[in-house]
Design a protein around this ligand. Structure first.
Ligand SMILES: [Zn+2]
Length: 268
């Protein structure tokens, strides 16, 4: 289903499986529809690339810091060792998740975002320029996965405003602490734990979006606004979610000031 939808969006945008990079990238910009950036935030990372238009396309495979010729056996070999464990998958791809948030969570869990520390370790030719870069949220250090989620001063402020609302008041602004907390409850089907998973994924998504908005659009929002947006997003999701008809759920919905949601005896 997901694959079919992807092929459909590729075809709707006027591309096909034979399209070359030069069909997608012209006049120094990508020609894919703007909506794809929201759906697949990973595309924003490609904005910084530069191309040698005289060289033909070549399929390669990056494994760690090394680039190799592509082969299915090499690709399979690197994927099978890096798949998320069952517990981690449960806190990323849970029932009634927000797909674009889950996709970003999956990238974070696998440390796949193109953060400044990674660019520095890969691309020595750009190191000179990168030395002038810093985390755009707090203007200190380079950004990295652990810095952005959520040790950065800005991110920590956002997290501290969101964590009480999603039932994680005692959890510090550290990714490993947050993930461990979620992993301990990964089998839970309670509405409270559903809310915590939504809250963590939404927080990560909006922080990454803010970081990219500052980098590419020069748009700047204070932590109070971001935390409001995160809580609002979780609230909207809860309003449309299929939830179990029980005292706990009714209490939680009252706390979130949600009324009139139809509850189900078999929901959850
Ligand atoms: Zn920072």
């Amino acid at each position: 289903m997901v694959v079919n939808n992807s092929f459909k969006s590729i075809a709707n945008a006027g591309f096909n499986m034979e399209s070359k990079v030069s069909d997608v990238f012209a006049n120094n910009s990508w020609r894919w529809p703007a909506a794809w950036r929201d759906l697949y935030p990973v595309l924003i990372q490609l904005d910084q690339m530069s191309f040698d238009t005289h060289r033909p396309d070549k399929l390669v495979w990056r494994q760690g810091d090394q680039i190799h010729d592509f082969s299915t056996s090499r690709a399979w070999d690197s994927i099978r060792h890096r798949e998320l464990e069952v517990g981690s998958s449960r806190i990323v791809w849970f029932g009634q998740c927000i797909p674009r948030h889950a996709f970003l969570m999956w990238l974070i869990m696998r440390r796949k975002l193109l953060t400044q520390d990674k660019i520095l370790s890969w691309d020595f030719s750009r190191r000179k320029n990168m030395d002038m870069m810093c985390c755009l949220l707090c203007h200190a250090n380079h950004d990295s996965h652990s810095h952005l989620f959520f040790e950065c001063k800005y991110s920590a402020q956002v997290w501290h405003m969101v964590r009480c609302k999603v039932g994680m008041a005692s959890v510090q602004a550290k990714w490993d602490d947050i993930v461990n907390w979620l992993l301990l409850r990964s089998k839970s089907k309670s509405a409270a734990d559903y809310i915590t998973r939504l809250g963590v994924a939404a927080s990560a998504y909006f922080i990454w979006q803010e970081r990219n908005a500052r980098l590419f659009k020069n748009q700047l929002r204070p932590p109070e606004i971001l935390s409001e947006l995160i809580i609002q997003q979780v609230r909207y999701k809860l309003m449309g979610a299929r939830l179990k008809n029980c005292d706990n759920v009714r209490r939680l919905l009252r706390e979130w000031e949600i009324e009139g949601t139809e509850l189900h005896d078999d929901g959850g």
